[in-house]
Write a protein that binds this ligand. Structure first.
Ligand code: NAD
Length: 369
């Protein structure tokens, strides 16, 4: 059988630096576990613009559609700030998400015990936290028509955006959340504003329909999104999988992610519909950007990108045990005190570099065998 295929788009700024550490881990899986990937690499973002005059070449887009999973570093940087909107680095990423139809955005909020002090919440509220927010990514108020800024009848202006969801759009992201829950703790909480929005009523009814007809084995609850925001900071461990729309998901996933501390620790996955091979179209990327302020200094924390690869192992390649192996290795190095500069606490100490963090994780993987 052919090896699973990966397209690596390291991008700009610290993207290539953190991705170099992921490549070491991919190599480790080939050498030590006999798990091989067909890896190809290409450009996205500012570096693609420099080379081709576009942030994503058509050939790169075509390759992304063919492979089993795409791993992306980060895009953007001050050099590209004044480019026309149509060729800004972020457009490359948006094109990937749109053409791959990645409607389900997975943002885990997981707290490694060694970093519990980094949270703005008390340690007992956060220690051991492991929740997953599933955000609908391709519809809702960010895309709905009509939209725009128009003159009103009184000589002023009116700004309009439209929250719009169809049955199919809600059902497919709900399925994605229920499938995830079956790999975790069989618990989904759906969040909307059914008290004040018709689209929220439809959301609630359709999620309930998918539950009753297809996933009765999973526990489903509903919560208004404003209450959800409060509950996330009051007692986040009450949740397992949260499913919500594009707008609420944008806010709630950032809120949940920050419960755990540093931007350098946060992975994400965006999934589409399953291909003929049963694998969903998939893009894995750290939540952080290209961090131009530290690019080239060896200070970047590679863990978010490595955890994104672990998500690929779990969700694209059905290698959940190997994903856990990577996560445990990271937990071990953090517990042993390894810290990149962004993870230095008040007590001081000497930070290690991006490459040293990668090497330390490889050593922990070796020790796991
Ligand atoms: P950023 O995430 O790049 O950086 C915010 C802060 O966090 C910076 O101080 C940075 O040094 C730090 N940081 C981020 N990742 C880190 C890591 N792995 N290790 C250590 N420290 C880390 O956000 P920004 O500064 O607002 O944006 C910089 C550029 O990145 C902009 O061009 C922006 O458009 C782009 N961006 C891209 C993405 C993406 O590619 N998905 C996401 C956000 C921002």
């Amino acid at each position: 059988m052919a090896n699973p295929s990966l397209l690596i788009l390291a991008g700009d700024g610290i993207g290539p630096e953190v991705m170099a550490e992921v490549k070491k881990i991919i190599g480790w899986f080939g050498d030590k576990r006999g798990i091989h990937f067909d890896v190809s690499e290409d450009l996205v973002g500012g570096c693609a613009y420099d080379q081709h005059g576009t942030p994503l070449h058509d050939k790169t887009m075509a390759r992304a559609m063919e492979v089993d999973a795409v791993l992306l570093g980060a895009v953007g940087g001050p050099k590209y700030d004044n480019l026309d909107f149509s060729v800004k680095p972020e457009r490359g990423l948006l094109r990937l998400r749109k053409e791959m139809d990645l409607f389900s955005n997975l943002r885990p909020a997981q707290c490694f015990d060694a970093l519990a002090d980094f949270s703005s919440l008390k340690k007992d509220i956060i220690a051991g936290l492991d929740i997953m927010i599933v955000r609908e990514l391709t519809s809702g108020v960010y895309f709905g028509e009509p939209r725009g800024i128009f003159p009103d009848n009184e000589g002023g202006r009116v700004g309009i955006n439209t929250q719009r969801y169809t049955t199919d759009e809600i059902r497919r992201v709900a399925r994605s959340a229920f499938e995830l829950a079956r790999r975790r703790n069989y618990k989904v909480c759906s969040m909307e504003k059914a008290n004040v929005m018709e689209s929220g009523i439809l959301w609630r009814e359709e999620v309930q329909w998918v539950h009753d007809n297809e996933y009765p084995d999973v526990e489903l609850s509903h919560m208004y999104a404003d209450n959800g925001a409060m509950q996330l900071v009051r007692w986040p461990k009450q949740f397992d999988v949260i499913v919500t729309d594009n707008l609420f998901g944008d806010v709630l996933s950032d809120c949940a992610a920050m419960l755990t501390g540093s931007l350098g620790m946060l992975p994400s996955a965006s999934l589409g519909a399953p291909d003929t091979n049963g694998r969903p179209k998939a893009l894995y990327e750290p939540v952080h950007g290209s961090a131009p302020d530290i690019a080239g200094t060896g200070k970047a924390n590679p863990i978010a990108c490595i955890l994104s690869f672990a998500m690929a192992l779990r969700y694209s390649f059905d290698l959940g045990d190997e994903a856990t192996r990577v996560e445990k290795a990271i937990e071990k190095v953090l517990a042993d005190g390894a810290r990149t500069a962004d993870l230095m606490g008040k007590d001081g100490g000497t930070p290690i570099s991006t490459t040293e963090m990668g090497d330390t994780i490889i050593a922990a993987l070796d020790a796991s065998l």
